[in-house]
Ligand binder design. Structure first.
Ligand SMILES: [Zn+2]
Length: 443
């Protein structure tokens, strides 16, 4: 088993025509399943005047989009899982809850078959990033309501890796165990890894690079795909950093880098259809290298809470559509950011991940931690935009640093910022999985 190159060669190297046929067959099954069991979709399709049983892969684009707000609303109308839930609660083996940006979490249910599907996709991801039987894996994500922790644990058991269920608490104990038992691989988020770096160096006097990690896979936010942030983590921990991405509504991971690291491969073949649309017009677009597109997902083998043409809100750049040097055929992307996080300054679109990249290029004059202050949503953003930047271990002349940062933002990102420097530690990660880099003023 350990010698095979892919977890699932047939699916991960499938050719486009064969994948299309498989997607067509499973989409038809899924739409019939939904038609028979989901009050939410029966009503939605009826209102759109569409017979879902007439739809196949070629005509998928005719179905209306589903958005997160509809999921939230239907969960209130049909508690607890919503009107898109297609099975009775006693067939649900696990319920997860998303953190939710508005405070009220949305719930995600899995049947036994859905849980097996997640195991399969996650095993493809873990295998592609180097996990094998016996690999010592530091599972450094929240274990609990969050979809990732338990799901990774199940998939790691399936591969027969050696799991360290560290979670995100008790960092001191974790470092103690990891140093005694040795470690090969870590799963976490960029923000949490930065937190661990600070704990190791400043509280425990440990060099993270001395632990012997060979690789880490980071998701939950775009950081691992941002060149400066990836480089910083790789240098600090002296290991390879893989970028991966998923979503609570479909699977904890649907995209992962392989050893070639030429973008994240789609690895949900047979379970999810990934479509690309123009974020402004909503029109489907044919994936081509270099294009910027918004992701849309459709479940095609989900029993519990299938979603059709779900606008997940991730903007991506298409990195490659052909076969990769690793042999996988899954289309390759990089995440640019959340549509919701993008802000516009006098007609220029700005993503926090791009600001992060520019600021991190100033290390060690800065730590790389920063915050952007914006007016309430809906109000125009007038330059200069306040950007708060944390001083690093070797800041040098502060007036010059401020001027250099403002100049780099203006020339590379084409907007005017006013930089405010704050002491080291003021913006440090506090042990959460994600960081909040945009602060919006209250109305
Ligand atoms: Zn590849």
């Amino acid at each position: 088993m350990a010698n095979r190159r892919y977890w699932n060669e047939a699916m991960e190297t499938i050719d486009a025509a064969e994948l299309w046929r498989l997607e067509d067959e499973r989409l038809r099954w899924q739409l019939r399943w939904i038609w028979e069991h989901s009050p939410f979709y029966r009503q939605k399709f009826a209102e759109a005047g569409i017979d879902p049983l007439s739809i196949g892969r070629d005509s998928l684009y005719r179905l209306p989009f589903t958005v997160k707000e509809e999921v939230r609303r239907t969960q209130e109308e049909y508690p607890p899982l919503g009107g898109h839930a297609c099975v009775p609660l006693e067939e649900v083996v696990r319920i997860h809850a998303s953190s939710g940006t508005t405070g009220k979490p949305t719930l995600v249910g899995l049947t036994e078959a859905d849980a097996r599907m997640w195991n399969e996709i996650l095993a493809r991801f873990l295998w592609a990033t180097g996990v094998r039987p016996g690999t010592r894996v530091w599972l450094s994500v929240t274990l609990g309501w969050y979809i990732a922790g338990l799901s990774f644990y199940e998939a790691l058991r399936q591969i027969r890796a050696t799991v360290y269920p560290a979670g995100t608490m008790e960092a001191t104990r974790t470092f103690n165990v990891v140093r005694r038992a040795g470690v090969d691989y870590m799963i976490s988020s960029p923000t949490f890894v930065n937190y661990l770096t600070n704990v190791a160096r400043e509280r425990l006097g440990i060099d993270p690079g001395s632990l012997g990690l060979k690789a880490m896979a980071l998701g939950g936010e775009p950081g691992a795909g941002v060149p400066q942030i990836r480089q910083q983590i790789e240098e600090t921990w002296r290991c390879k950093v893989y970028d991966a991405m998923g979503t609570a509504d479909f699977a904890p991971i649907l995209w992962t880098e392989c050893e070639a690291q030429a973008g994240m491969h789609f690895i949900g073949q047979g379970f999810v259809i990934a479509e690309f649309i123009d974020p402004e017009t909503g029109q489907s677009i044919e994936p081509k290298e270099g294009l910027l597109a918004e992701l849309v997902y459709t479940a095609i083998q989900r029993e519990c809470v299938p979603l059709i043409r779900f606008r997940i809100g991730d903007l991506v750049r298409i990195e490659g559509t052909g076969k990769c040097e690793c042999g996988r055929t899954g289309i390759r992307i990089r995440c640019v950011g959340r549509v919701d996080d993008m802000f516009i300054v006098r007609g220029v679109n700005v993503f926090p991940s791009a600001v992060a990249d520019v600021i991190a290029s100033f290390r060690p004059r800065v730590t790389g931690e920063f915050q952007i202050r914006l007016p309430p949503r809906g109000l125009p953003i007038e330059p200069p935009v306040p950007v708060i930047v944390e001083l690093g271990p070797e800041p040098g002349d502060l007036h010059r640093l401020k001027r250099d940062l403002e100049e780099a933002i203006r020339s590379q990102l084409i907007f005017r910022a006013v930089v405010q420097l704050v002491p080291k530690g003021e913006l440090s990660p506090t042990g959460t999985m994600k960081r909040q880099v945009i602060l919006r003023e209250e109305r």
